[in-house]
Design a protein around this ligand. Structure first.
Ligand code: HEC
Ligand code: HEC
Ligand code: HEC
Length: 408
């Protein structure tokens, strides 16, 4: 090898190693240091002044979530995609996961995204589902976690409680930040023309279709639902809880408080069924079914109506009618309302809306049972020790008299 050639090679080595080092430094700066600073600045600017930190129980739940590998099937990050947003709500902002380190975002979506799980499922639903997912959601591929329980879904161990506390904390910080928090984030973002970033500032933070609500306008449904379709849907979606024949005795029912409604022992107006489907029953495990198109909801209404096995009930002796009205006015109307419409003066304070008897009529038997035993898991207390047998019979008739469902 000639001498100039050797120098050229040495020079090339030198240049290559300097370039290599520079490239390395540049990559670390561009892919590591710089994004981190941008994200940190963004997080600091966009996060609300006071964010809620996780409770001790939620932190333990978080460790259990990681330990049990929930993140292999569930993500915790709503992407800037209209499909994600329609199902779960607004895309995740960086500040929302600031206490969540290392992150549990996950990569695979075998199950639904959980980043806005707060308030979407009642605790009894979560426990029953963790204990045996298929007892609640027919055909679910989610594994069961009986080790978190003392042998039954209504006997959760501390681990299960912590896990559910954690699930219920997901997405809460942003909801609690409220409109002021959103305004602050939008201002800090200062990106009025960035169409993509603007997607994160819509009006519905949490769009989970199963989230139950105390009220909300039901969209108009087609008048006559397709019964066969409704029955098929009922078998897939509702029978796990309400039972094949609607008696409220499906495989998931025993663990729930309150128990799923006995659909066969009620007459309902169409509006009542549609309302229960659209809003769920707040305070119970009954989810809302807002992701179903109106045709399917109408089909489900028809299917629930077809379960109605109410029979003609014995009439109340005339002299007792007055007793029923009196007992009702003295004991029941503050919750169930003077007109039986569930709008009593105390109704708004309750964890669960009192029954609107104008829209649903329980059988005499069910009505008496509710009075005698109360309804476990609801504000409806037992009256057996406070009312005489005659009084209970009379008032059980009385509430049935409110039903205004003739025209459906
Ligand atoms: C093998 C994948 C898999 C694993 C592991 C898994 N899940 Fe699931 N999960 C699913 C699927 C699929 C669904 C949807 C069907 C259903 O609701 O059961 C689901 C549903 C859920 C839901 C209801 C979400 C909703 O919006 O309807 C919750 C909550 C949940 N899982 C929590 C957990 C927790 C907590 C763990 C860990 C202890 C876990 N999952 C582990 C697959 C999984
Ligand atoms: C996770 C269990 C569960 C599933 C699944 C479920 N429900 Fe429910 N449902 C309940 C519970 C719990 C209640 C509340 C009962 C109460 O108010 O005491 C309820 C209440 C109702 C009511 C109001 C009845 C009443 O007497 O108050 C209707 C109607 C209803 N469900 C229909 C359905 C239909 C149709 C489906 C399927 C699309 C369905 N449910 C799926 C648990 C469930
Ligand atoms: C503290 C408020 C409160 C009072 C007082 C009250 N109820 Fe209730 N009642 C409720 C709630 C809440 C429910 C709904 C529970 C549910 O959806 O499962 C309910 C449910 C019922 C049901 C079952 C309806 C059905 O379709 O399943 C009957 C019957 C009933 N109440 C009758 C009465 C009578 C009669 C009185 C008076 C003696 C009375 N209630 C007093 C709150 C109350």
């Amino acid at each position: 090898m000639s001498r100039p050639m050797g120098r050229a090679v040495r020079k090339a080595y030198f240049v290559a190693s300097v370039a290599g080092v520079l490239f390395f430094v540049m990559s670390v700066a561009l892919l590591g240091v710089w994004p981190r600073r941008v994200i940190e600045a963004e997080t600091a600017a966009m996060s609300p002044e006071h964010t809620v930190a996780m409770s001790a129980s939620a932190l333990r739940g978080r460790a259990i979530y990681a330990r049990e590998g929930c993140g292999y099937c569930h993500t915790q990050q709503i992407r800037y995609l209209h499909t994600d947003m329609a199902r779960f709500g607004l895309p995740t902002l960086s500040w929302e996961t600031r206490f969540d380190y290392p992150h549990l975002w996950g990569t695979r979506r075998i199950g639904p995204d959980l980043s806005r799980a707060t308030g979407t499922r009642s605790a009894d639903w979560q426990f029953a589902h963790l204990f045996a997912p298929r007892s609640i959601v027919a055909g679910s591929v989610m594994p069961q976690y009986p080790a978190l329980f003392d042998g039954a879904p209504d006997r959760p161990r501390q681990d299960a409680r912590d896990l559910v506390t954690y699930l219920d904390s997901l997405g809460r910080a942003r909801e609690l930040a409220g409109p002021e928090g959103e305004a602050r984030a939008r201002e800090a973002c200062n990106c009025p023309d960035d169409e993509m970033k603007q997607m994160a500032f819509g009006d519905q933070v949490n769009a989970h279709p199963a989230r139950s609500r105390r009220g909300g306008a039901v969209p108009p449904l087609p008048a006559a639902g397709d019964l066969a379709r409704g029955q098929a849907l009922y078998g897939e979606r509702c029978a796990t809880c309400h039972g094949v024949a609607g008696a409220g005795d499906g495989p998931g029912a025993a663990a729930l408080k309150p128990r799923p409604g006995n659909l066969a022992a009620h007459e309902y107006t169409d509006a009542r069924i549609a309302e229960a489907l659209w809003n769920g029953v707040a305070g119970s495990a009954m989810p809302a079914w807002r992701d179903y198109p109106p045709d399917d909801l109408a089909a489900l209404v028809a299917a629930v109506r077809s379960l109605d096995a109410t029979r003609t009930e014995p009439a109340l002796p005339a002299h007792m009618a007055e007793i029923g009205a009196r007992v009702y006015a003295a004991n029941c109307q503050q919750c169930h309302g003077a007109e039986g419409d569930g709008r009593g003066t105390a109704a708004a304070e309750l964890t669960m809306a009192p029954t609107n008897f104008r829209q649903q009529r329980p059988t005499l038997d069910l009505s008496l049972r509710a009075l005698r035993n109360g309804i476990d898991g609801t504000p409806m207390a037992p009256w057996g020790s406070r009312l005489g047998a005659d009084e209970m019979l009379a008032v059980a008739h009385h509430v049935r008299g409110f039903f205004a469902g003739g025209g459906r």
